[in-house]
Write a protein that binds this ligand. Structure first.
Ligand SMILES: Cc1cc2nc3c(=O)[nH]c(=O)nc-3n(C[C@H](O)[C@H](O)[C@H](O)COP(=O)(O)OP(=O)(O)OC[C@H]3O[C@@H](n4cnc5c(N)ncnc54)[C@H](O)[C@@H]3O)c2cc1C
Length: 418
């Protein structure tokens, strides 16, 4: 069904992630009509997906209904739909549920897992980009322990108990640390007959660095902490194949394992491949200094969907880029409506942080850097504050406190065996 554009400018925001939600909230303060489209009905806090995957948090702790976010914003309409294309000439968006016209468009569709063309790895390993994927990982990890507990064959048992995480960025480091916590702080108390020396947690990274954006001293601390937590850190080594049972590394080493979590890369969502637009690194939409698509002044791209060059390099695919770009896009749409000059975007890097399990994290903010317990407290509070709703913040805080005090992971529920 075709929708008619009213006299009030109609802004369509595609994607209710970090960038899309922020843009829609800011735009809602203006005299515009906004349609926010997402293929899911919830906003997802992706940085804590690994905690769902390792039984620390439940799905509704890190996801929040989009309609609830916008209950006060009467000029925001939500559409549960997948966008499949854009007709830029006619300013019309194609969705799986119909079409809708726009005056201004913000593409904030985020990213997806990048397997760098390795089909066998894509087919057999676990990506961690969606809520469904993290629940599948949780079910899988917990099921491996159940199967191993009664497996008589030692080789099969070791393969069940070998967990490989690929990618030494924050997601890989945090996932490996969390699997270690789950194993050595929680499950050791309950699997009375299991030999936990048979458990192997391996973190594989192709480059010579973990947490490449961090200063060297914090990178060293990260490696030492992981090793202390029984994680094998393997750097300068590439994965070349995985058939679901055997992981093959470049150089010929083979690791028998039923669990490979792929945290080694992201690229823009497939939608961008179908728009006929210029794409840059990781297939992101090339944007100009005002975050507009070249030759499409009414169309903006932000966050993981946007390829923006600053200081000669594309910006990283992280949440602060998306929210800072949302701020500028909201201002620039207002300026376009009022015939004013547009603002240029400049990313202010606030630093980075990663947790490595209980009591351990690394934090870098400008010249300030710290690690250990204090860094872990900072990490915890920053993440709690960044959650979108008070209920989520309160529940996550309570669960973390409970886990901290009693060494428990409350969400150890296997909802599906396969
Ligand atoms: C496991 C994990 C851990 C991370 N940890 C951190 C971290 O610690 N710190 C940090 O800064 N960043 C982290 N990131 C990256 C961060 O989450 C992203 O950079 C950020 O989410 C990008 O925001 P965005 O608004 O561009 O896209 P997203 O937040 O990804 O939102 C995109 C939205 O678009 C929707 N969408 C996509 N395609 C379509 C379509 N065709 N039709 C309709 N809707 C669509 C999606 O459903 C989604 O809701 C992590 C990411 C992952 C996966």
């Amino acid at each position: 069904m075709q929708e008619k554009i009213t006299a009030t400018p109609h802004v369509v925001v595609v994607g209710a992630g970090f960038g899309g939600v922020r843009a829609a909230l800011l735009l809602s303060k203006m005299n515009v009509k906004i349609t926010l489209i997402d293929k899911y009905n919830y906003h997802l806090f992706q940085p804590l997906l690994y905690q769902v995957a390792t039984a620390g948090l439940s799905v509704d702790d890190i996801a929040y209904p989009i309609r609830a976010i916008f209950k006060q914003q009467k000029n925001v309409d939500f559409r549960l739909a997948e966008v499949t294309g854009v007709d830029f000439d006619n300013k019309s968006i194609m969705m799986d549920t119909g079409t809708i016209d726009y005056d201004y468009l913000v593409i904030a569709t985020g990213g997806m897992t990048n397997y760098f063309g390795m089909e066998s790895v894509a087919k057999n390993s676990f990506g961690m980009k969606t809520l469904d994927e993290s629940v599948v990982i949780r079910n899988h990890i917990l099921s491996r322990f159940e199967l191993a507990a009664h497996e008589k064959n030692a080789d099969k048992r070791r393969a069940l108990l070998t967990f490989v995480v690929v990618g030494g960025g924050p997601t890989g480091v945090e996932s490996a640390g969390a699997i270690s916590e789950l194993t050595y702080h929680v499950l050791t108390k309950e699997y009375h007959n299991m030999n936990f020396k048979e458990v192997r947690i391996v973190l594989v990274e192709a480059s010579d660095k973990l947490l490449a954006a961090m200063p060297e001293s914090l990178r060293d601390v990260t490696v030492e902490t992981l090793i202390r937590k029984h994680v094998e850190v393997r750097m300068c080594i590439q994965v070349i194949d995985y058939d679901g049972e055997l992981l093959t590394l470049k150089g010929g080493e083979v690791i028998p394992t039923q669990t490979v979590i792929w945290a080694a890369g992201a690229k823009a969502t497939e939608l961008l491949d179908h728009l006929g637009i210029e794409q840059g690194s990781m297939r992101r939409a090339v944007v100009n200094e005002h975050l507009q698509l070249p030759n499409q002044p009414e169309v903006f791209a932000i966050g993981d969907a946007a390829h923006f060059i600053q200081n000669g390099r594309p910006l990283p695919m992280v949440a602060p880029v998306a929210t800072q770009q949302a701020d500028i896009v909201a201002k620039n749409i207002k300026s376009l409506i009022n015939g004013k000059e547009l603002k240029k975007f400049f990313y202010k890097d606030m630093g980075s942080m990663a947790t490595i399990g209980r009591n351990a994290a690394v934090v870098q903010m400008g010249n300030f850097k710290t690690h250990g317990f204090f860094a872990w407290v900072i990490w915890s509070f920053v993440h709690i504050l960044r959650l979108i709703d008070f209920r989520n913040r309160a529940v996550v805080f309570a669960k973390w406190m409970w886990d901290y005090m009693v060494y428990e992971r409350v969400v150890r529920i296997i909802t599906r065996k396969k």
